[in-house]
Design a protein around this ligand. Structure first.
Ligand code: PLP
Ligand code: ZN
Length: 414
């Protein structure tokens, strides 16, 4: 296993604390030659009692960085459902399967990355982990650190209202630092403190987190009997997740587990669309001010832009954008089906609908949409929906008599 710069190709041994190349490029984990594998290796593990086999990440360990099982920190995670629902498919305009990563232990797909990230910290002999994020990454990291008996440090800019991600991280025992000064300078500060103090940095650019995230496609293909879908549609913020989907598909093909990769569609919110803009203009992503209802993808300066563009090219992929109004409409569709998801997930669903309408996705194709977060991750948006979106569901006020109550119960749903 090695680390390789995505920009200039410089390489280092894998078992080394390094987050970036001297040229500024992010790093890839390059696995040793991936052996020809056989799907029947994985299937019996689903029924096993061993945590490593039950984990939807470590079940596929032959396709992950080799880590001594004694160092592995697992909940276990993964094992998420693949839903099909006629009303959701009707809303999209094509039959879609929904891989619900919000069903992970802390409520988002971040757990797949963090089980590998925190295990890597342990394997490297480090006793603490850190990241600069106010969202699901911090919550997930804090949970895995607590399970491992390690201290977690979360860095956020001072002066902002506390996010639910930070609240969740505090609950899991993370030390949260609200740092004054320019938020733009925070990542550099955190990286230098981590390097000097022997703390493992698990921010969005960490290449081992991406290794864990790859397991979404491994488990998805396993769910589908190793039939590759024509499209996988996923939301993009820092773009680690979609880079991981592309890397996972490429590695499955290299291991001869699938004959082709299928196509990847990345969906961004129109108010946080640096990849979409870059894709359209054939340039590298350019930082922007990000604003969208979907907080998990409210990212104006994605750290994994280069990896995502590479993954899009390798899978003949596309990038789509959706408005907040479309995100909220998708949210009504998926929540009302009883499935529910956070608004970043709903961006992907809305993007699938746009791609169907544009004829890019044809109605007879096999489509999987990755739902990335749990409905409970952004209850503030659920609250807003009730007031704003068409189809928002409101409580009915009733007098305390049987007839009034019955009248209220009959009230037409909005
Ligand atoms: C982090 C996250 C994303 C986006 O993943 P990136 O790797 O940042 O692109 C999407 N949805 C949810 C719920 C997330 O937590
Ligand atoms: Zn480099």
């Amino acid at each position: 296993m090695r680390l390789r710069c995505v920009e200039c190709g410089s390489e280092w041994p894998g078992a080394e604390v390094r987050y970036r190349c001297g040229c500024g490029g992010t790093l890839d984990v390059v696995l040793d030659a991936i052996p020809g594998l056989n799907r029947y290796l994985f299937e019996p593990r689903r029924g096993s009692r061993e945590l490593l086999d039950r984990s939807g990440v470590w079940r596929y360990r032959e396709l992950l960085p080799a880590i001594d099982p004694r160092h592995v920190v697992t909940a276990p995670e993964g094992g998420t459902n693949l839903y099909r629902h006629p009303a959701v498919s009707a809303w999209v305009g094509a039959e879609v399967a929904l891989k619900h990563e919000g069903e992970n232990p802390t409520g988002s797909l971040k757990d797949r990355g963090m089980t590998v990230g925190v295990s890597t910290a342990r394997a490297l002999g480090l006793g603490a982990v850190a990241c600069a994020s106010s969202g699901n990454a911090s919550a997930s990291m804090a949970s895995y650190a607590a399970r491992a008996g390690m201290q977690a440090y979360v860095f956020v800019p001072a002066g902002l209202p506390m996010s639910s991600g930070v609240a969740q991280a505090l609950a899991y025992g993370a030390r949260v630092l609200e740092v004054e000064g320019s938020p733009d300078d925070l990542p550099k500060l955190v990286e230098s403190v981590c390097l000097e103090d022997g703390i493992y940095l698990l921010d969005a650019g960490n290449p081992f987190r991406i290794e864990g995230q790859k397991s979404i496609v491994f488990e998805l293909l396993d769910d589908l009997g190793w039939q590759v879908p024509d499209w996988i549609v996923a939301p993009g913020g820092h773009l680690g997740h979609v880079s991981a989907l592309a890397k996972g598909l490429a590695e499955l093909r290299a291991a001869n587990l699938v004959p082709r990769t299928g196509r990847l569609a990345v969906v961004q919110a129109a108010g946080a669309n640096p990849l979409y803009t870059a894709w359209r203009s054939s340039q590298d992503p350019w930082p922007m001010r990000a604003e969208t209802v979907a907080s998990a993808i409210r990212v104006g300066d994605p750290v994994n832009g280069r990896k995502a563009l590479r993954g899009l090219r390798a899978t003949n992929g596309v990038v789509e954008e959706v408005t907040d109004a479309e995100i909220l409409e998708a949210k009504v569709a998926v929540d009302r089906a009883g499935i529910g998801a956070d608004s970043a997930s709903c961006a992907a669903l809305a993007g699938a609908r746009r791609l169907v309408a544009a004829g890019t996705i044809r109605p007879n194709q096999q489509v999987v949409v990755v739902l990335t977060g749990h409905l409970l991750k952004d209850l503030d948006v659920v609250g807003r929906l009730q007031g704003e979106a068409p189809g928002g569901n409101l409580p009915v006020r009733s007098a305390a008599t049987p007839s009034a109550v019955r009248e209220g119960m009959r009230a037409a749903p909005r």
